[in-house]
Design a protein around this ligand. Structure first.
Ligand code: KG4
Ligand code: ZN
Length: 339
């Protein structure tokens, strides 16, 4: 039986709609909001307004790309949280009214669970290797850094998380200090390719167990750059690539060390990464290396499923739909994680 699931994602600054036929991807359309670039970060009110403008064209394009009509849809899945409330409201209200109009089930999805469940999206020829339960996932995004044990689609346990900044924030803040545009993660990734990662050393935080901390790293990076600028006002310009490579290596070292510790503690050998920072090339290389060294089966998401996208919302919605766990018209978005 064919189920067509429309996914809607609007939790932050990307408006996205996707269509799945069961677990197979048919369309994944993302409208980025360039408006935030000149402010050096996401401006919530501007994000909501841009979602309002983008949502209908994005859904329309997704249906056309998938070559189906709205009447063929089986269910509509939407991001209920966590995220910016004004942004979430746009996707939530759209999904509710569309489902009501089409008289089909509505399914609410948690954004963080969806980042992880993106690993279950199958490609058209069915050739992708999917994880089996239980597996570990390091979710690294602009708002979260978590190590999660996934026992089943919706049976997840967080065994480690950041006590302050997220990994993506560490990239973005370091980039901002260097005068790079937002979001800084991809900029640092690009620059780092030409740089020496061992040129500058930054202290690693001493945090208990499987938790993370990145705010101290940001401060030491800030003070280091500030002091060097006093000696040479062109310090950043002259050392851009080495600075990027060094801060990137430090962040990835912190992440990989805890992930290896988590795998050792749990005895789990299937290991995935998810979220925007899983697009980072150093992170991807190092995960592959850890996998070879420790005999893990590793799962690295396709680039289109790393940063925010609606395909991950649709796959999470598909499994929830199969379970009969529908949302109601009175469900409201939530800003903070419920995981
Ligand atoms: O998952 P995501 O799109 O949004 C949230 O749910 O937060 O993640 C966005 C984060 C940003 O901090 C961005 O700088 C980071 O992912 N990011 C990267 C790369 N691509 C995106 N960080 C490092 N390297 C990248 N290539
Ligand atoms: Zn995200």
């Amino acid at each position: 039986m064919k189920h067509y699931i429309l996914g809607i994602e609007s939790s932050c600054d990307d408006t996205s709609a996707a269509v799945l036929e069961n677990n197979n991807i048919l369309a994944n359309v993302i409208a980025n909001q360039d408006i935030h670039k000149k402010y050096g970060g996401v401006v919530p009110e501007l994000a909501s307004r841009a979602h309002q403008q983008n949502i209908i064209p994005v859904v329309d394009t997704a249906l056309k790309t998938a070559e189906i009509t709205k009447d063929q849809l089986t269910a509509i899945a939407f991001t209920r949280g966590p995220g910016l409330l004004g942004s979430l409201l746009v996707g939530t209200s759209f999904a509710k009214s569309f489902a009501l109009g089409l008289k089909i089930p509505l399914v609410d999805v948690d954004h963080l669970q969806a980042h992880i469940l993106a690993h279950f999206i199958q490609n058209e020829d069915g050739s992708r290797d999917l994880p089996s339960f239980p597996f570990l996932c390091l979710t690294i995004s602009g708002g979260h850094t978590q190590i999660v044990v996934i026992r089943n689609y919706f049976d997840m346990e967080i065994i480690g998380s950041t006590i302050d900044d997220a990994a993506g924030e560490a990239f973005d803040k370091a980039a901002k200090i260097m005068g790079l545009p937002y979001p800084g993660g991809p900029e640092i990734d690009k620059l780092a390719k030409q740089g020496n990662p061992n040129r500058f050393k930054f202290p690693k935080p001493k945090i208990q167990e499987l938790d993370f901390s990145f705010s101290g790293l940001k401060t030491s990076f800030l003070y280091f750059v500030r002091d060097e600028l006093k000696k040479n006002e062109n310090f950043i310009e002259e050392n851009k690539a080495d600075l990027a490579a060094s801060i990137q290596q430090t962040i990835v070292n912190i992440l990989i060390e805890k992930l290896e510790k988590a795998a050792k503690q749990t005895g789990i050998t299937e290991v995935a990464i998810a979220g925007g920072v899983s697009a980072n090339s150093e992170m991807r290389t190092r995960l592959t290396e850890s996998g070879k060294k420790l005999n893990w089966k590793v799962f690295i998401p396709e680039f289109q499923f790393t940063t925010d996208n609606a395909a991950m919302i649709a796959i999470a919605g598909y499994y929830k739909y199969l379970d009969g766990k529908y949302a109601s018209q009175s469900d409201v978005p939530y800003a903070r994680s419920k995981m």
